[in-house]
Design a protein. Sequence first.
Length: 330
Amino acid sequence: MKAWRVHKNGEPHDVMRLEDIPDPEPGEGELLVRVRAAAVNFPDALLCRGEYQIKPPFPFTPGVELCGEVLAVGEGTPEIAAPEPGSRVIAQPALPMGGFAERTLVSAATARKAPEALDDAEAAALHIGYQTGWFGLHRRARLQPGETLLVHAAAGGVGSAAVQLGKAAGARVIGVVGGKSKAETARELGCDVVVDRREDDIVAAVKEATGGRGADVVYDPVGGDAYAKSVKCIAFEGRIVVVGFASGAVPTPGLNHALIKNYSILGLHWGLYNTKDPAAVEACHAELTALAADGSVKPLISERLPLEDGADAVQRVFDGTTTGRVAVLP
């Protein structure tokens, strides 16, 4: 079978190589799946660059979320945890064998039924980004109907999920983007107000849109200057959810400022819920499936690419030149 593999760290388009390798064999607790679609994520590039918190041994295959068809169940896997062969599931592959391949392995315990309302690419993209958004907005920030939600990188993969989830929760959503094409995407996603950081003053725009009050909740997967602007337009008792640092700059919060302005800084590492509270992840999947069924959320897939274009796709997502989600279809 064909799979993208990384033998050394570097830029994705330099170190990802499409190779022929043997089919993997599922062990106890594992499923062998045919990859129907793999969504491209920012961490895929970080894995290639050696900058992710997980560092799989070389050679490894990137691709941290997918929609796949179950081909075989590892011997000894409890029947209650094993989807039947032929089932369509969404899952996180078991690194070092990731999703940018024709076939791969996933954990039987964490594979979940793909929502029937979504196609393969959409289902693949529903997992990490939307789970992160749901936990960030509901478990951490306790977003309420009628509140104002400010989403940075609103046209990107993580931000677009937060926009849709915010609208589904009854919030007024302000989306920050970089460029006119991304501004149009943010409007299509449902943002009530769109701010182009290249042309607009973010702080002034948020204050104007909220009558001077500021945003009740800020969803920040960018860090750096985005965080610095957020604390200048956060509302009384506002909540800033720190999701990631796509800008490459990790901000140093001024805790005296948080005290004086009376706002909260909330960290979100969604992966911890898989080990600390897996039942909550399952409940979130059920909620997201219901939201997909009634049309409240639908991942925006901007590109569906063949496996051969995988390295270029990962590089472009890292460079920030894509909108919505990019999916690789082996």
